[in-house]
Design a binder for this molecule. Structure first.
Ligand code: X5A
Ligand code: ZN
Length: 649
């Protein structure tokens, strides 16, 4: 199943007709720049192209009042002066004679995308739209937004498709207060937004954008705000927010659909956001969301005002939706103190409502006092105020790179040594027949007695061949099945071969197969942590992925032995999520007596398919939770991505 790209050229029509420094950044080139870049990278051609339709007035009425819809309809016949006067009645809004048409196309695009995904025409997709939507309210335009595209899509998914749980992830740098207001008391829509806040000094200057706004009534805990109190947030901060806050909640919520308010003003170079996250970060955010809801992810453009940064970030998002591995993240993976403060206070505010956060030590830490006074907004920050981090890398060098990958995507390969295993594989996953040269294989085998038999030599030859293919970039990832007697030694060879290959140096090895292999290897890391019980997700999100993102390996080896104790969906989720920090280079080592189904499931997730659902959320036992906390405590000095609270000095 593919990826939809929903668009209509008419959405480039609306534009600002008078002088307004606040609104001039929302211009038609935003769409053309993104689309041009998608074409140049060969990504548009890989998508199912859908031409946007206009939403009906009934559909607009799912969230907007009839009077407001009429008001916008009537702008079609107004002259410039009247348009300007009307625009002035709203905050950061301009109307154009084409606004009504464009805004209905924007909503229609979001609805078509949701319909295509929920009827199984595609797995996921992106709607490239103008005007954006997330600030718009029941009876008000706001912040360049006229109709609330994503909110209407959510209401439509509930009403027309009967969904009960929809996750909205708003990674735009502004708070989508419009979405928050519309679903505040609705527990069927979980709304997550991070946003530049600066203790209330940043637009839209709302008290209710802070972390302690968690929803009302039945909807308590279904509004999640993560306010950034400094600019300069980067890749580590964004990934930490997903791992420690959003994903635990999202897995516990278990959405049937993920809608993304995909604004790219949270990317480096954007004049509004002033953040530092690079375009690749959006590939990782996308990939982290694709493990939810069976991979049903609908992204809808919101903001994004630096044309290059926007275009590249859009490409990263689409490429990832298509299933390609995410490129490695640049920069040190160390979240800043201000980000940790924000994550911690959001966790503390949400903990009463979510089991998945109760494991963490969520005692509030003293933070800078809120500057909101009852009389109104705090004084604006002067330029040169606190910045989370200074830019380590110049923007120009990041964005001047030509589009790096018009190349076809890399697909995984599977090498099996037992001929009686038949696999159901996606069409472009190769079943590898090649083998390393005999001399080479024998040389490696000489070091290990258990590798001397014929059948193990065959397995070893295939492993070496596959590993070289991955390290040289011919295949993305792989699966090798080895005879049980040789599993431990094969693993050791894989590690040593990986380490000695060219420039590849950093290998993350996960050994989920009992004790004996670890004892044989000099690269041993072991944890007493649960892989079967309820602690699985906490272990993955709270330990394995933060370590992996901090380590940034060139290669991940996952060894699953007969005693691995993981069910298929768990193994699939783990394998799928490990693609992120490794540039997709994951090699799974299975023992031949593992089920062929397991190899099939892993081949599909390595190919970029969504892992199957884990089923109802199960919480870690107190012992598991304690073991996890202990390990994190031991490791977090060295591995900063494990931290989810600021360091007390
Ligand atoms: C969609 C969006 C931003 C409005 C900023 C007004 N709106 N200063 O990014
Ligand atoms: Zn924005």
């Amino acid at each position: 199943m593919g990826t939809a790209l929903v668009y209509h050229e008419d959405m480039t029509a609306t534009r600002l007709l008078w002088d307004d420094p606040e609104c001039e950044i929302e211009r038609p080139e935003r769409l053309t720049a993104a689309l041009d870049r998608l074409r140049k990278c060969g990504l548009e051609q890989r998508c199912l192209r859908l031409s946007a339709r206009e939403a009906s007035e009934e559909e607009l009425g799912l969230v907007h009042s009839p009077d407001y819809v009429s008001l916008v309809r009537e702008t079609q016949v107004l002259g410039k002066e009247e348009l300007q006067a009307l625009s002035g009645q709203f905050d950061a809004i301009y109307f154009h004679p084409s606004t009504f048409h464009c805004a209905r196309l924007a909503v229609g695009a979001a609805l078509q995308l949701v319909d295509a995904v929920l009827t199984g025409v595609v797995q996921n997709g992106l709607a490239l739209v103008r005007p954006p939507g997330h600030h718009s309210q029941r009876a008000a335009a706001n912040g360049f937004c006229v109709f609330n595209n994503v909110a209407i899509a959510a209401a439509h998914a509930k009403q027309k498709h009967g969904l009960h749980r929809i996750l909205i992830v708003d990674w735009d740098v502004h708070h989508g207060q419009g979405i928050q207001y519309l679903f505040e008391d609705d527990p069927s829509v979980l709304y997550f937004s991070w946003h530049r806040y600066e203790h209330g000094r940043f637009w839209p200057f709302l008290r209710e954008s802070d972390a302690d706004a968690v929803g009302r009534g039945q909807g308590l805990g279904f509004t999640v705000n993560l306010p950034w109190n400094q600019v300069g947030m980067g890749n580590a901060d964004y990934v930490a927010a997903f791992l420690h806050l959003l994903l635990p909640l999202a897995f516990e919520f278990d959405p049937e659909l993920v809608l993304v308010s995909a604004g790219f003003d949270s990317a480096i170079g954007d004049p509004e956001g002033q953040m530092q996250a690079t375009p690749e970060c959006f590939a990782h955010l996308t990939q982290l969301l694709q493990v939810l809801a069976g991979g049903r992810v609908c992204a809808v453009l919101e903001g994004g005002y630096h044309l290059e940064s926007l275009a590249e970030s859009v490409c990263m998002t689409v490429r990832t939706l298509l299933g390609d591995p995410a490129p490695p993240l640049s920069g040190p993976m160390v979240p800043c103190q201000s980000a940790l403060e924000s994550i911690q206070s959001a966790c503390a505010a949400q903990a009463p409502h979510w089991k998945s956060l109760q494991l963490q030590d969520v005692t509030p830490v003293p933070t800078s006092p809120s500057t909101h006074s009852p009389e109104g907004r705090p004084p604006p920050l002067l330029p040169g105020g606190p910045v989370c981090k200074t830019a380590a890398s110049a923007l120009s060098s990041l964005l001047d790179q030509p589009c790096l990958y018009p190349a076809p995507p890399l697909c995984p390969a599977v090498a099996l040594t037992a001929p009686d295993i038949t696999l159901v594989l996606p069409p472009d996953v190769t079943q590898q027949e090649g083998s390393a040269l005999n001399e080479e294989t024998e040389a490696w085998a000489r070091a290990h007695e258990s590798l001397a038999q014929d059948e193990t030599l065959t397995a070893l030859g295939k492993l070496l061949y596959l590993l070289d293919g991955m390290l040289d970039g011919q295949v993305s990832s792989g699966i090798v099945a080895t005879p049980p007697s040789a599993a431990a030694a094969t693993l050791d060879v894989a590690i040593q071969r990986g380490l000695s290959h060219g420039a590849q140096r950093r290998i993350l090895w996960l050994n989920i197969r009992g004790k004996e292999a670890a004892a044989l290897s000099m690269f041993q890391v072991s944890t007493p942590l649960p892989v079967v019980t309820g602690g699985f997700l906490s272990c993955i999100l709270g330990l394995v992925l933060p370590l992996a993102y901090g380590f940034q390996p060139d290669l991940v080896l996952v060894a699953l032995g007969p005693a691995h104790g993981l069910q298929g969906p768990h193994a699939a989720l783990l394998t799928s999520m490990l693609r992120g920090p490794a540039g997709g280079r994951v090699l799974a080592l299975l023992e031949e007596d593992s089920t062929p189904q397991l190899a099939g499931i892993l081949a599909r997730v390595l190919h970029g398919e969504a892992p199957p659902s884990l089923g109802p959320y199960s919480v870690a036992s107190p012992e598991d939770a304690q073991a996890l906390r202990y390990l994190r405590g031991q490791l977090e000095r060295q591995w900063k991505m494990l931290q989810c609270r600021p360091q007390t000095r």
